[in-house]
Ligand binder design. Structure first.
Ligand SMILES: Cc1cc2nc3c(=O)[nH]c(=O)nc-3n(C[C@H](O)[C@H](O)[C@H](O)COP(=O)(O)OP(=O)(O)OC[C@H]3O[C@@H](n4cnc5c(N)ncnc54)[C@H](O)[C@@H]3O)c2cc1C
Length: 385
């Protein structure tokens, strides 16, 4: 079904990533979920396609494909193949690498970005703490200066990729009395003294991605690893989240699309009362609703990406896309289980994994409630009386 008008380059990218996902990701997805281990095979496959450097200038090792539309297309197709692989890619590209690329100086970009843009090294992005998620400005991790070096103390939690990352972008407060205006962004290398990374276990879904606790005990950060102006870290983090929500929305579209496809195939095979369940109007209606929901979320996502690429205001549209797409993929995956009946509740059908993977999307990168706050704030400003 042609869902959006993609230009030739975008259609080629979509086809290439889809073929890779069909060939490499889908056949491995169940095993990766069961072992709950980061798949380097998936990572290298994505890196070989140049996906870790989309939107990054070739002079810093990027693949030279510009724009959020392209990242969104790739993210959707990877998530359709294996949602966990897409989380690893997105935390690396849209969060970690993009923060260095956007806010780093020329020397930092030349030194840090090339191995990340090629996927030779992995990046992570550490904002959330045990006591501060939605309310990120309430973070307690500190960056204290002694003799020209900053020392980090505190801990971050739920950090995707941390245990496989070479570079971790960390937000810490140099002066808590300044509130969010005291927060800075620092790049910490994996071998830094006083850095401990503890993998978190027992995650409901996205099990092929690592989610870790990161602890700092007097961890020194080189002066040349401070990103941009100290005190601007909170604004940098919010800026990055505004854009990366578009990409999470695309991930959700891919998850919804995979649930839809699995459900359509099953509905044509399973027979009840002498005919395939796809011949029952109740099932047809469910499939039609699912397809419409995926379509609407895809259009909203690509519209937000287009606004961003054109340099127009996009923040409200990005939040609306993330809200719609994440709620959509949970509902669509749930309906896909319903269409499968009892077998949908078992691993064998593969659809319960899609549902478990989908479930986190209304929580991370800003919960649905936080997206509603962003949208409502804009509405009240726009229609202020
Ligand atoms: C698998 C996974 C991967 C993650 N990866 C990363 C990562 O790479 N880097 C990183 O920094 N973080 C990461 N996170 C953290 C994630 O972004 C946070 O969990 C998320 O922002 C929510 O924060 P919280 O868990 O502290 O929930 P809380 O902020 O405690 O929220 C709890 C509930 O209260 C609601 N709530 C909070 N404030 C308000 C309000 N003002 N109005 C209405 N409702 C409100 C929330 O919507 C939610 O329902 C990850 C999380 C998971 C689960």
């Amino acid at each position: 079904m042609p869902d959006l008008i993609l230009n030739e380059e975008e259609q080629m990218l979509k086809n290439t990533v889809r073929e890779f996902a069909d060939r490499e990701l889908i056949p491995r997805a169940r095993e990766v979920d069961e072992t709950a281990e980061f798949s380097w095979e998936n990572w290298r496959g994505m890196a070989n396609l140049g996906l870790m450097g989309i939107g990054i200038d070739p002079k810093y090792g990027g693949s030279g494909l510009d724009g959020y539309r392209k990242v969104a297309i790739a993210a959707e197709e990877i998530a359709r193949g294996d949602a966990a692989a897409s989380v690893s890619m997105l935390a690396h590209l849209s969060l970690g690498t993009t923060t260095i690329y956007r806010f780093g100086n020329e020397e930092q970009k030349q030194r840090l970005v090339p191995p990340l843009a090629t996927g030779d090294k992995v990046a992570a992005w550490a904002l959330t703490e045990p006591g501060s998620g939605s309310d990120a400005a309430a973070m307690r991790t500190t960056a204290t200066e002694r003799d020209g070096t900053f020392f980090l103390n505190g801990s971050k939690t739920f950090i995707t990729n941390a245990s496989v990352a070479e570079s971790i972008v960390v937000f810490a407060n140099q002066d808590r009395s300044l509130g969010y205006k005291g927060i800075g962004a620092f790049v910490v290398g994996r071998d830094s003294p006083g850095l401990k990374i503890n993998p978190l276990h027992g995650k409901m879904g996205m099990r092929g991605s690592t989610t870790d606790e990161v602890v700092f005990e007097d961890t020194p950060v080189r002066q040349d690893n401070i990103l941009g102006e100290l005190g601007r870290g909170f604004n940098q983090a919010m800026d990055i989240l505004d854009s990366s929500r578009i990409i999470i929305a695309a991930q959700c579209v891919g998850i919804g699309q995979s649930a839809l496809e699995v459900a359509i195939r099953y509905a044509q095979q399973r027979e009840t009362f002498g005919k395939p369940i796809a011949q029952h109007q109740a099932i047809q209606f469910m499939l039609a609703e699912m397809a419409s929901q995926v379509y609407a979320a895809r259009v909203a996502t690509m519209n937000a990406a287009t606004l961003k690429d054109q340099g127009q205001s996009f923040v409200t549209e990005a939040s609306m896309a993330k809200l719609l797409a994440s709620e959509m993929c949970v509902e669509v995956a749930n309906k896909a289980i319903q269409i499968h009946g009892g077998i949908g509740y078992f691993q064998e059908a593969g659809v319960e994994r899609i549902f478990r993977d989908a479930r986190v999307t209304t929580i991370y990168e800003g919960t649905s409630e936080i997206q509603k706050l962003v949208v409502a704030r804009q509405l009240l400003r726009q229609y202020a009386i």
